[in-house]
Design a protein around this ligand. Structure first.
Ligand SMILES: Nc1ncnc2c1ncn2[C@@H]1O[C@H](COP(=O)(O)OP(=O)(O)OP(=O)(O)O)[C@@H](O)[C@H]1O
Ligand SMILES: [Mg+2]
Length: 325
């Protein structure tokens, strides 16, 4: 990384903005010169370069991403190292917001929006699982919503391969997930496969619908203990508008034992799509795009709602004229 005043560079890429700086890595928005194409650059923090357990962290994420190519998974463009040995990933830049950002604005989402987002996540997971890759950190901040309404899974930093009989061992000191979204088997450190990601998807879907997570309660015990022991707080008690059929899908994703969940992401995806079709015929990405506009994140017109509102307004005007005349 060459750094002049006001200028940070990774090879041909000039940094325009820091997107996030975490404990392990920092992500930037950068532009390829001379092409002018925007990318995201994720790089290991300098102080960890010497720490053996983190040194190959990005290399492993790169190897996983190199096996994936799907509209709902962030695309890896290249993986490189600076002369200093500092590794960096060049990723497609997703112009949009994280699901975490949307939930911070809206608290809870409409059933159609929650299903549309869940469908995108599940389709990306299905692709990864078919290639023997488990994400292990599905949560709202690792799901991006592009302005087009496309859902993208990011951050395969702790993903694992399940192809071999044995799961790859955890690296010492390495963060291994986000407790509130982890499946019971992941909490216990047992073998995890794609069904563990389906549990995390269930937590995210529940949170989108209810505005809070299924195992969070004001009182103790802590969520990890509740995830292992307790039934999820019933969704219907928290939100009245969720159809029973949708609640059944959520609860199936949240089964304690992986054997009681959907057998794979493909089956879960079919159920989520059927649930959405029973409510609306609208395209999932249009639903997500409209939700970004309604939340005030994206400028533009809500196509479907505007049309409906236009009608409602016209009818009101006719009635008003009719009664006043
Ligand atoms: N391809 C991308 N396009 C746009 N923004 C991105 C992209 N990748 C990452 N980001 C932004 O950077 C943030 C961190 O990315 P990522 O989750 O991959 O890194 P991380 O170091 O694991 O961070 P965290 O500790 O928050 O999980 C994301 O929440 C998102 O806001
Ligand atoms: Mg992340």
């Amino acid at each position: 990384m060459s750094s002049h005043p006001g200028e940070i560079r990774f090879g041909n890429y000039r940094v325009e903005e820091e997107l996030r700086s975490g404990v392990v890595s920092t992500t930037y928005k950068a532009v390829h010169e001379p092409l002018g194409k925007h990318v995201a650059i994720k790089t290991l923090n300098m102080q960890l370069l010497e720490t053996s357990s983190f040194a190959d962290h990005l290399d492993r994420e790169a190897k996983v991403l190199a096996d994936l190519a799907h509209p709902n998974v962030v695309l890896l463009l290249e993986a490189k190292r600076l002369a200093s040995g500092r590794p960096y990933l060049v990723l497609e830049y997703v112009d949009g917001w994280s699901l975490h950002d949307l939930l911070a604005k809206k608290h809870c989402l409409g059933v159609d929006v929650a299903l549309a987002v869940a469908i995108g996540i599940c389709a990306g997971l299905d692709h990864a699982h078919e290639r023997g890759i488990v994400h292990r950190d599905i949560k709202p901040s690792n799901v991006l919503l592009a302005k087009s309404g496309t859902v993208k899974i990011i951050d395969f930093g702790i993903a694992q391969r399940t192809r071999s009989e044995r799961v790859e061992p955890e690296t010492e000191n390495e963060a291994f997930g986000t407790p509130a979204y982890m499946s019971p088997e992941q909490i216990l450190g047992d073998f995890v496969d794609g069904r563990s990601d389906l549990f995390s998807l269930g937590v995210v879907l529940y949170e989108m619908l209810a505005g809070s997570r299924p195992f969070d309660a004001a009182s103790a015990p802590r969520p990890v203990q509740r995830i292992r022991r307790d039934a999820p707080l019933p969704l219907s008690g928290r939100v009245r508008s969720v159809p029973r059929s949708v609640e059944r899908v959520v609860m199936h994703l949240l089964e304690k034992s992986p054997d009681d969940r959907y057998a794979n992401a493909g089956i879960a995806l079919d159920r989520l799509r059927a649930a959405l079709r029973s409510i609306t015929k609208e395209d999932p990405s249009m639903i997500v795009r409209n939700a970004l506009i309604e939340a005030g994140l994206l400028e533009g017109k809500v196509r479907r709602k505007e049309a409906t509102l236009g009608w409602a307004r016209a009818c009101r005007q006719v009635l008003r004229r009719w009664f006043s005349g």
